[in-house]
Design a protein around this ligand. Structure first.
Ligand SMILES: [Zn+2]
Length: 250
């Protein structure tokens, strides 16, 4: 049995966390109220530096050291199957994280798919026009689209002897680019909730693994990780920091 087939039986539709009412409640966290602002306690600190770049959060990790060995293709495993199974895992883990913070990602709190102080991702609608969508809508579209692809035997075959389609690499690149945007939004807009849950070591390791894997198999463009000089992606600085720390390769 092939490596990918071994997980095929468990490829059932992931349970998306039920969406709560978008109406804010007293227990709903907002990006600014779950942790005290550093500016309130120390006027010297840089108020604009995102928390995910600050110590000790930037160093928090479940996996210590470089991710190179984790992403390497195991002996006797087909590269397509290796990419497929990893994308399947990244999607499911990210979906679980988003499910936990979904009540904080509301149309009101996140009216755009923000990923940096001057960056909002737009969605291309049926008329090929770029439109702003609230982040929860954008992310719901992305996650439903990816889930449908994962469930499609013609795109992600799970039976032995069935080949991957010729456009599999370009499909996976497209998926990767959209999942990167979901990571970028969570880091930019919901990192305080990740901290509130004490999940930053897990989330950082998931994202570092995602980045290392994407670079190793050329699924990620650096321009998508960093953004443009006028609209940088918040997590672009995290990528640079982790490279400095030796967690990621260049
Ligand atoms: Zn949000």
């Amino acid at each position: 049995m092939s490596f990918f087939n071994s997980i095929g039986r468990t490829m059932t539709r992931a349970q998306r966390a039920p969406k709560r009412s978008p109406t804010p409640t007293s227990t709903t966290l907002s990006p600014t109220e779950s942790l005290p602002s550093p500016a309130l306690t120390s006027p010297i600190t840089q108020p604009h530096k995102p928390l995910f770049l600050c110590s000790p959060f930037v160093e928090a990790a479940l996996v210590k050291g470089n991710f190179k060995t984790i992403v390497m293709l195991p002996k006797y495993v087909d590269i397509m199957e290796w990419v497929a199974v990893n994308v399947f895992d990244f999607y499911n883990h990210l979906n679980e994280f988003y499910g936990v913070i979904t009540e904080c990602c509301t149309q009101h709190g996140c009216p755009t798919m923000s990923a940096g102080p001057t960056l909002n991702y737009t969605w291309i609608n049926q008329d090929r026009k770029n439109v702003n969508l609230p982040a929860p809508t954008y992310i719901d579209y992305v996650m439903t689209w990816v889930q449908n692809l994962l469930d499609d035997e013609n795109v992600f075959p799970t039976k032995s002897g069935q080949d991957f389609p010729p456009n599999f690499p370009s499909t996976v690149k497209h998926i990767y680019r959209q999942l990167l945007r979901v990571f970028a939004h969570i880091y930019h807009a919901h990192y305080s909730q990740i901290l509130h849950l004490r999940s930053e070591p897990h989330f950082n390791s998931l994202f570092a693994h995602f980045l290392a894997f994407g670079r190793e198999y050329e699924l990620l463009e650096l321009k998508d990780v960093k953004g443009s000089p006028t609209s940088p992606v918040g997590i672009g600085a995290l990528w640079e920091k982790w490279k400095e720390m030796g967690i990621l390769e260049g």
